[in-house]
Design a protein around this ligand. Structure first.
Ligand code: FAD
Length: 482
C-alpha cells in the first residue's frame, strides 16, 4: 500500500499551478500547499498501517487495497467501507471534504457497472475497469471538476459567447481526443495525482462536444490550475489550527488542447452517457454517502467545540444553553442516523453493488444548505465575543508584558489564558476565518446548488407513494359520513 512518503514524492512532477501571478515550483514544499499535502500523506500512512483496519484483499487486483476504493458487494462490505471512510474523516475531524475516498467512490461505482460505458458508437468499459484497478493498486488520489464554468446559467455551453469555454472535444484522433476549455472548480487538484473531468449539470443535444468524461494526470501537457487565494498561510498553527492543516486549495481547471488517450475516456460526446455515468452506475449515491459520513464527523467535532466553550465559559448548566447544545446534538444525530439508515436499507443493484439507500442519503444532503449555517449560528451564539477577545497572534503571548495582561484578563476558571486563547482561536477558524467562510460555501454547494440538492431529495423520497397514501385516506370518507 502506498505510503505518505511515496505520495509526496509523486507530487514532484511538472504540474502547472499558478498562484499570485507566479507558477508554483514544488507543490509539496510550497507554503500554500505543503500543509494539505502533509495531511494527505498522513491519510495514506494511516491506510497503509494494517492496525487501522483499512485494507482488504481486492477481487479486482488480487492484492491488498484500501477499503475506501472497494466495490461494496454485501452489507458487510458497506459497513467496512464506512468504517474506513470514518477513520480517514476522524483524522481531519471532517474538515477535508475531497480526500481520495470521495472521487474514489465514484470510480468504484463506475467500475461496478461497465455496461453503462458501452454505446453503439464506442465501448469504453474496459478503460473504466482498468482505471479502477489502477486506483486500487496505486491508491490513486483523484480529484474532479464536473461543473461548467459559471459563465451564465441561463443557457448551456453551446450558447455562450466564445468557443470551448466549457471543456469539450476539439479534435478526434485515432488514439484519443483533444480537449480544450475549462471546468469550474477542482478541490484538492493541486495536490492530487489525477483529475476526473466531466459534466454533471444537464446538457442539451447541442452541447454534445462538451458531454465527456475522462481522467488526466495533473501534470498533463496543457493542463493548468488557477488556485484561489490560499488560507494555509493565514498565520501560525496556533492562531489558525484548521486553515494551516486542511486548506484544500480549490482551482479553476484550464485545458489547453490536452490530449486524452481512449483508455482514459469514459464518456465520449454523449449527453445521455453523462447521466448514466453518475446515476445508472450508483456513483452519485455512493460518492455522496461518503460525503455524509465525513460530514457527520465534522458535525460532531463542531458540537464538541460548542460543548467545550459552554463549559469553559461556565454556561453549560444553564437550561437555555443546554437547549442550544441539544439542537446541535439533534442536527448532528439526524445526519448520523441518515448515514446509518442508508446502510441499513441498502440493496444490491443489478450488478451486485450494494447501494446506500438513496432516500436517506439525499434527504440529509437536501437539508445541508440550511443545516450547516444553523450549526454555525449556534456555535457563534455560544462563542459570543470570545472569538474576538483574543491577542492578534501567538507572538503577543511571547512578549512578557503583553502575556501578563493576557494571563490576567483572558483566562477562565481552571483554564489558563494560553489554553483559552487556543480554544477560541480554533472556534474562530471554524466560524469566522476565510477558511471558515469557504467551508460554509463548501457545505452549501459541494453537491450542487441548494435547489439541485433538494431536487435529489424530492426525486428519491417516494412522493407517489406518499401522495397515494393521502389519496387513499381521502377516499375513505365522504361529505355524507357522520
Ligand atoms: C468550496 C467549493 C468547493 C467545490 N469543489 C468542487 C469540486 O471539487 N469539484 C467540482 O466539480 N465542483 C466543485 N464545486 C462546485 C460546485 O459543484 C458548484 O458550486 C455547484 O455545483 C453549484 O454550481 P454553481 O456554483 O455554478 O451555482 P449556480 O448553478 O450558478 O447556482 C447559484 C445559485 O443561483 C440560483 N440558480 C441557478 N440556477 C438556477 C435554477 N435553474 N433554478 C433556480 N435557481 C437557480 C440558485 O440560487 C443557486 O443557489 C465546489 C464548490 C464550492 C463552493
Amino acid at each position: 500500500m502506498r505510503t505518505g512518503a511515496e505520495y509526496l514524492a509523486a507530487l514532484k512532477d511538472s504540474r502547472e499551478i499558478y498562484l499570485d501571478g507566479e507558477r508554483v515550483q514544488d507543490v509539496a514544499d510550497h507554503p500554500a500547499f505543503a500543509p494539505i499535502a502533509r495531511t494527505m500523506a498522513e491519510l495514506f500512512d494511516l491506510a497503509a498501517d494494517p492496525s487501522n483496519g483499512m485494507t482488504y484483499r481486492s477481487p479486482e487486483t488480487g492484492g491488498e487495497a484500501n477499503l475506501v476504493f472497494s466495490i461494496p458487494r454485501s452489507r458487510e462490505d458497506l459497513t467496512a467501507r464506512r468504517h474506513a471512510i470514518e477513520t480517514w474523516a476522524r483524522h481531519t475531524h471532517g474538515w477535508v471534504g475531497r480526500s481520495p475516498d470521495h472521487v474514489g467512490s465514484f470510480i468504484s461505482a463506475f467500475a461496478s457497472s461497465p455496461e453503462s460505458f458501452v454505446t453503439d458508437r464506442r465501448d469504453l468499459s474496459s478503460g473504466v475497469t482498468a482505471y479502477h484497478r489502477r486506483v486500487l493498486e496505486e491508491s490513486l488520489y483523484v480529484s474532479y471538476a464536473i461543473i461548467p464554468p459559471q459563465v451564465s446559467r441561463a443557457t448551456t455551453a453551446h450558447a455562450w459567447d466564445g468557443e470551448f469555454i466549457q471543456a469539450g472535444v476539439v479534435e478526434e484522433r485515432p488514439d484519443g481526443i483533444v480537449v480544450r476549455g475549462a471546468q469550474m472548480l477542482a478541490t484538492g487538484a493541486a495536490v492530487a495525482d489525477e483529475i476526473f473531468i466531466s459534466c454533471i449539470k444537464p446538457l442539451t443535444p447541442d452541447d454534445r462536444d462538451f458531454a465527456v468524461g475522462f481522467t488526466v494526470p495533473v501534470e498533463a501537457d496543457g493542463l493548468k490550475l488557477y488556485c484561489r487565494r490560499p488560507y494555509a498561510t493565514a498565520g501560525s498553527g496556533y492562531d489558525y489550527p484548521l486553515s494551516t492543516r486542511y486548506d484544500e486549495t480549490d482551482a479553476l481547471v484550464v485545458l489547453d488542447d490536452v490530449f486524452v488517450p481512449w483508455e482514459r475516456v469514459f464518456v465520449d460526446r454523449d449527453v445521455d452517457g453523462l447521466r448514466r455515468q453518475f446515476f445508472s452506475t450508483g456513483a452519485h449515491v455512493l460518492g455522496n454517502w461518503q460525503a455524509q459520513i465525513r460530514f457527520v464527523v465534522k458535525l460532531r467535532f463542531i458540537a464538541g467545540l460548542a460543548g467545550k466553550i459552554a463549559s469553559v465559559n461556565g454556561v453549560d448548566r444553564i437550561p437555555g444553553v443546554q437547549e442550544k447544545l441539544g439542537e446541535l446534538a439533534g442536527l448532528a444525530s439526524l445526519v448520523e442516523s441518515a448515514v446509518l439508515a442508508a446502510e441499513y436499507k441498502a440493496e444490491p443493484d443489478g450488478n451486485g453493488m450494494w447501494r446506500p439507500n438513496a432516500r436517506a442519503v439525499y434527504g440529509a444532503m437536501g437539508l445541508q444548505a440550511e443545516l450547516y449555517p444553523r450549526v454555525l449560528a449556534i456555535l457563534r451564539d455560544l462563542a459570543g465575543g470570545g472569538v474576538l477577545q483574543l491577542p492578534s497572534s501567538v507572538a503577543d503571548l511571547h512578549d512578557p508584558a503583553i502575556r501578563a495582561d493576557i494571563d490576567r484578563y483572558v483566562h477562565s476558571p481552571g483554564v489558563e489564558a494560553v489554553d483559552r486563547v487556543k480554544l477560541f482561536k480554533l472556534v474562530w477558524d471554524a466560524v469566522g476565518s476565510e477558511f471558515a467562510g469557504r467551508h460554509h460555501q463548501y457545505e452549501m454547494f459541494y453537491a450542487g446548488a441548494p435547489f439541485v440538492a433538494k431536487g435529489y431529495a424530492y426525486r428519491n423520497f417516494g412522493y407517489p407513494e406518499a401522495v397515494a397514501d393521502v389519496e387513499a385516506f381521502l377516499a375513505g370518507y365522504t361529505d355524507t359520513a357522520a
